[in-house]
Design a protein around this ligand. Structure first.
Ligand SMILES: [Zn+2]
Length: 774
């Protein structure tokens, strides 16, 4: 690929020596002698549709107007040629940028140049790369006019009455991006076409048939239709046919898949790429036939690639995409994917604090036989050029939390490209309020377009445009966080909470440093509400980390409460103010969610409020002993039973301050150490079905004076279905006119996940928190 780029550039440079002029005045003192010329018809198979050229033309006209105040008229190429014209796309005027004969190329490219007072801007378009006239205009506006668009609401137009275009010794400008598919998953590009074009980004539907992106086995051979009558179509696992995956050696399965694809392709004849890929689990077929293929190829990808190759041969004009993911990530030893097979590789397991290459070298030093991602992509890169790389630069579970991974972004992209991956799906922070979401979208898009661009320059330019006078402090924050993050050498996990780093790059002294940098940043832009909101939005992750670490250490040095001289617990004012600042900034910045599970800022605010309202003063259960039979799992709150009476309620997040019981019924007995009456007894449970946590099926409460004879004082029945439930449910019992010292709860779990759940039949959890008696 690189070689081809060079040859092409040399060819163009040699042509350029014939150019006579390299300087034109498009606008002088707010007036222009120029017209913009567009093609009336599509004149070449590599030309874009007229509507795309029209978009490019309108963009050029509008943006030059915003810079100069001059609206250059647009005419089509049936009009009489004039001396001064800007010709966009394949017009009838002059030289066209044609495809070199015999030149095999799968992406797109563009060129712009000046000739005899005329400016030509042209793209060559191919396949799902049909926006190159637009990209040519975008780069012209960016490089030659000086416009910047950092986010949909941050566009910078230099102001000049006279616009001179000078294409120096580099002209004509030709660009062929190495990466043929570029997608950073982001709400900014998904919802804003103009911004998507500006960053030269793709959407999934540009490449994939609708409904055929990944995990399609179930769609192609549905278990509901076939499993009962033909269990042999499905994977043999531990001697039993399971519907988890397909048996890829079964001839009927092949026929059904091909037939089904043929039907679907009739519905979407334009769609180029169709996924035939494993379901999202760890199982694969171990029948003698499949096993033979996998053993021969030394990887479970053996049977898979053999199957997908056969399917691909049935559809020579389409591309069949398949996942090399988890069990199938290792490349087969002998078999090679067909030319029209796309291998989709995922980096889900990797540490984001190290480059993929570095992580691999470390692992291989410890164990030369370790199966690292780097080894896998190198092996795939040797047998195919059609690799689609699915990479992660995000903390999914805590999108609004510090995630210092800037140092791995460019080296990883480069490494993928060095191993023949030129199609990229980058999952980064993608929505308003997520850590540096606009910056990461902008940066990764720029690098996907040109991997040789300087990451530092891109970041600095962005910061200056986006944060104004606060930019130097934001840069300082990024660098400081990066420095401590990298030096900590901790595993930067795409699902980890900030509490994981509370002793490393989020330790108290380091948090204090970050906070003082942000104080200065806010001070620098306090007079400008737009910049100030952006700075405070950038501060959300830091506030979030401080609040979450505080929840894990409620009464400690970093906690929400301090103890006064009389031994009373007092809420720290700066902590409660931080929650208010956090919520109001989320509100003003239109933050929609805080993670991929769609946690709303208002839910976080309310549950944190609830969490920090400790029940100490009138709560006679405070710090009293509770015995559980059987014990809770040691995985949550270390299974420490004192958690349930320490005055602190559980958070909306299951990892914070909850006790969990896995697939069992259980009882809890609380000894109040005194006889009481006419008090209210409370207990709460959590609902988080994505994490396999359901409310109990039933809770019954009993009281007793002597711990031997118990009287029931009420029960709550929820049942086992629980499709839609409140995140937190409180069970309230108010026994009247009974003296008691002991309180007992009999808790019945649902034990398994119900039929509506994607993991039906899996073992469910019950999560309980604070018992309060007041
Ligand atoms: Zn099989």
């Amino acid at each position: 690929m690189r070689k081809i780029v060079l040859i092409c550039l040399c060819l163009i440079f040699s042509l350029s020596s014939f150019a006579q002029k390299d300087k034109i005045t498009l606008v002088k003192d707010g007036k222009s002698d120029y017209v913009i010329v567009i093609p009336k018809y599509k004149r070449n198979k590599f030309a874009a549709n007229v509507e795309k050229v029209k978009y490019a033309t309108d963009l050029l006209q509008k943006d030059i107007y915003k810079v100069t105040g001059c609206l250059i008229p647009i005419v089509d190429d049936d009009s009489k040629p004039r001396k001064k014209e800007i010709c966009i796309g394949y017009t009838s005027r002059g030289e066209n940028f044609y495809l070199t004969p015999g030149f095999v190329y799968t992406g797109g490219r563009y060129r712009y140049w000046i000739e005899k007072d005329k400016l030509y801007i042209q793209g060559t378009n191919f396949n799902f790369n049909n926006n190159f006239d637009i990209y040519a205009v975008v780069d012209f506006l960016e490089k030659e006019v000086g416009i910047r668009k950092f986010s949909p609401d941050c566009e910078i137009y230099p102001q000049k009455k006279t616009l001179i275009i000078e294409l120096g010794k580099d002209y004509p400008i030709v660009y062929i991006p190495e990466n043929t598919y570029r997608q950073v998953r982001s709400v900014f590009t998904r919802e804003n076409k103009d911004f998507r074009y500006w960053l030269k980004q793709h959407l999934q539907e540009d490449m994939f048939a609708e409904g055929f992106f990944v995990h399609t086995f179930e769609k192609l051979v549905p278990r509901a239709i076939y499993f009962e009558t033909h269990p042999e179509y499905f994977s043999l696992i531990n001697g039993k046919r399971m519907h988890d995956q397909l048996c890829l050696s079964n001839e009927d399965v092949f026929k059904i898949v091909v037939e089904r694809l043929r039907e679907e392709m009739k519905k979407q004849p334009e769609a180029k790429v169709w996924s035939v890929s494993q379901n999202d689990n760890f199982s694969y077929c171990s029948c003698p036939e499949c096993q033979k293929k996998n053993e021969r190829e030394d990887s479970p990808s053996g049977a898979l690639i053999e199957f997908v190759n056969r399917v691909a041969r049935e559809f020579p004009n389409k591309t069949i995409s398949t996942l090399a993911y988890q069990y199938s990530r290792k490349a087969p030893k002998y078999i090679k994917p067909e030319k029209n097979v796309q291998i989709m590789l995922c980096t889900i397991e990797e540490d984001r604090n190290k480059t993929i290459e570095e992580a691999s070298q470390n692992a291989l030093r410890k164990n030369p036989n370790a199966q690292t991602f780097a080894k896998d992509i190198q092996a795939w890169g040797k047998i195919t050029k059609n690799i689609f790389l699915w990479d992660y630069n995000v903390d999914f579970a805590y999108s609004v939390s510090p995630f210092p991974n800037f140092h791995v972004i460019k080296p990883n992209l480069k490494f993928f490209m060095d191993n023949n991956a030129f199609q990229h799906f980058q999952q980064a922070n993608s929505e308003q309020g997520h850590e540096f979401a606009e910056l990461k979208t902008y940066l990764i898009s720029k690098l996907l377009w040109d991997i040789n661009a300087s990451q530092d320059s891109i970041i600095n330019e962005f910061l200056q445009g986006y944060y104004g006078k606060a930019s130097e402090f934001i840069r300082q924050y990024i660098d400081t966080l990066q420095y401590f993050g990298q030096n900590s050498k901790v595993f930067l996990d795409i699902y980890a909470p900030p509490t994981n780093y509370s002793k490393t790059f989020l330790s108290k002294d380091k948090i204090d440093i970050y906070s003082s940098i942000f104080d200065k940043a806010e001070e620098a832009v306090k007079a400008d509400s737009v910049y100030l909101l952006r700075v405070r939005t950038a501060r959300l992750p830091l506030w979030f980390a401080i609040m979450e670490i505080g929840k894990a250490d409620m009464f400690g040095e970093r906690g929400w409460y301090s103890k006064n001289a009389e031994g009373k617990f007092i809420l720290r004012k700066y902590m409660s103010q931080m929650l208010e600042d956090f919520y109001s900034t989320c509100f003003n910045a239109k933050v929609r969610n805080l993670n991929e599970n769609n946690l709303l800022p208002i839910e976080y605010y309310k549950s944190t409020k609830r969490f920090i309202e400790i029940s100490v003063e009138n709560n006679v259960a405070f710090e009293k002993k509770v015995i559980s039979l059987p014990n809770p799992s040691p995985l949550y709150s270390e299974g420490n039973m004192s958690t349930i009476t320490n005055g602190v309620r559980g958070d909306s997040e299951f990892k914070i301050h909850w006790l969990g019981w896995h697939g069992v019924d259980f009882s809890l007995v609380l000894d109040l150490e005194q006889v009481v009456s006419n008090k209210t007894i409370k207990l709460s449970s959590l609902y988080s079905p994505k994490s396999w946590i359901l409310h109990p099926s039933r809770v019954e409460c009993f009281v007793s004076k002597d711990g031997l004879e118990y009287v029931s004082v009420g029960n709550v029945e929820i049942g086992d279905i629980q499709k839609y439930e409140d995140i937190i449910k409180e069970y309230v019992f108010s026994p009247k006119d009974i003296d008691y010292r002991y309180v007992k709860f009999e808790v019945k779990g649902t034990k398994t996940l119900p039929s509506w759940h994607p993991s039906e039949g899996g073992t469910s959890w019950v999560f309980l928190d604070e018992i309060i008696v007041e």
